[in-house]
Design a protein around this ligand. Sequence first.
Ligand code: CP
Length: 331
Amino acid sequence: MSPTQPTLFRLSPAAQCQLDEEGRLRHFLTIEGLPAALLEEILETAQSFHTASGQAARKVPLLRGKTIVNLFFEASTRTRTTFELAAKRLSADVLNLDMATAATTKGESLLDTLRNLEAMHCDMFVVRHHQSGAAHFIVRHVAEHISVINAGDGRHAHPTQAMLDMFTLRQHFPDFSALTVVIVGDILHSRVARSEIQALRTLGVGEIRVVAPRTLLPREAASLGVVPFKSMEEGLAGAQAVIMLRLQKERMHGSFVPNEAEYYQLYGLTRARVELLAEDGIVMHPGPVNRGVEAESAVVDGPRSVILKQVRNGIAVRMAILSMAMRSHAW
Ligand code: CP
């Protein structure tokens, strides 16, 4: 797949349609262009849900009477289930549309499916799609009162993952300005990497490094505001956090790495390499993890790993985003 992969849907200018006239979150499609104050508000709102019960968020009646539809056209474990839990903890009614058995498989167009959901008085669509721009496309075609949340579109954006990662990072390192974060692996195909870099930059992280094979680094890497490193040894040295990325083979058309064994040898996070991080450095991964490809199993389960904490934080952060987006609705 070439770095200029065509998209089915035209991308609207960043962030333009995400805020209402009062600057409140209406849709959540991309981090790009959102002000730092809004990202801070998401983190603070998530914190209020997180601490409400000590560990995970307890149930609150904020979205009682509202209906949220999970529209997942692509596989998901963490994102779909934590969105469902978040919606339920906000007391919303939740519909999980199984796209494998939905009428789109019988030839119904996506837009007709959306019209039918609108007719059921749904208030919000949480959308995952393999095509970049799918969530933007839906925003342009659904009724005005419906909010759309991007749960991952192609290799374009995964903004809620980025926010739950910012929340997790902040639990460990409240001062972002002093932070060095390293992103390792398949940057080229990663919607997570794009959204992470935008969030880290917006929130003023000191240094963002990337380590990747040349074939998996986008040509525009320099303009993303990151510092590329050739080796894990150089890239990890003294950093406070490393975000490992999955090799996204489903988005690769052609050979981007010689083989997984060689990739692991050069870019795998081993126990020895973890020791290169700062003393309090943490290991992150958005999942799903391929043990023995991106990281050694002992690292995934090791004391520096916050991978399951990331998943848990997804509930409070998604509660924050759902409730903030619904605030712009007339009740
Ligand atoms: N991180 C992430 O998006 O995981 P899922 O594909 O399981 O939702």
